[in-house]
Write a protein that binds this ligand. Sequence first.
Ligand code: NAG
Ligand code: NAG
Ligand code: NAG
Length: 226
Amino acid sequence: MEFSESVTSKYPLVFPLILPLSYAAHFDIVNQYSYTVWATTVPGGGRQLNNDETWTIKVNANTTDGYVWARTGYNCDSSSHGSCETSGCNGLLQCQCYDQPPNTLAEFTLNQFQNLDFIDNSLVDGFNVPMDFSPTGGCERGIWCSADINGQWSAVLKDPGGCNNPCTVIKIDEYCSNSGSYQPTNYSIFYKGLCLDAYSYPKGDQNTKVVFNCSGGTNYKIVFCP
Ligand SMILES: *[C@@H]1O[C@H](CO)[C@@H](O)[C@H](O)[C@H]1NC(C)=O
Ligand SMILES: *[C@@H]1O[C@H](CO)[C@@H](O)[C@H](O)[C@H]1NC(C)=O
Ligand SMILES: *[C@@H]1O[C@H](CO)[C@@H](O)[C@H](O)[C@H]1NC(C)=O
């Protein structure tokens, strides 16, 4: 929007052609942990975020299947390859693929039905850091998933970087999305207890609101360890 304002005054005739291309949402990604995390965005890549650092990304209008998550315990070597405690991207800082569990996931799709944005948090792939995913104004409330990560994991799901998902660990249909009639399980109920607003199992959560909408053009803030 800053761009369109400066263009308007100088090139009033060109402006209407340029506006659709310049139309994007800004996401401020903030690390409030005392330690470093490696923020990852799809589309967009990855960046090291030290304590109190903010990374602002511009997301194109009409983006679908957008994701943001944090990686922890990542060590870059000179070729930008490294290993992560959680959510690996095959060791690449600039992520080119989706996630590797466990991770707390922010999901978004912009300018869809009625030009609305749809946002949610998902614990379907597990949980690694607490997260707050909020619009910076002008719509419904944000999504809080600020559970205590030093809390009581189920011993079965415990992972060095957090808490893994039951499908990855236990590998039976009842816990995976390929099961036709997926129902809440004792593990998804455990996740629901951590974050009421988040998806806790692959096909569901009909009983609680997990998808929030904002008008297209809204900007967002994602805070790790709010
Ligand atoms: C999103 O795509 C639709 C359909 O192609 C288009 O009409 C609309 O102008 C686009 N929205 C923005 C904000 O670019
Ligand atoms: C969940 O249920 C399974 C199967 O009954 C059981 O083996 C497991 O210990 C339970 N886990 C928790 C966290 O209650
Ligand atoms: C957007 O959110 C409002 C408020 O919760 C809700 O009433 C409305 O149905 C939602 N719209 C869509 C298209 O989901």
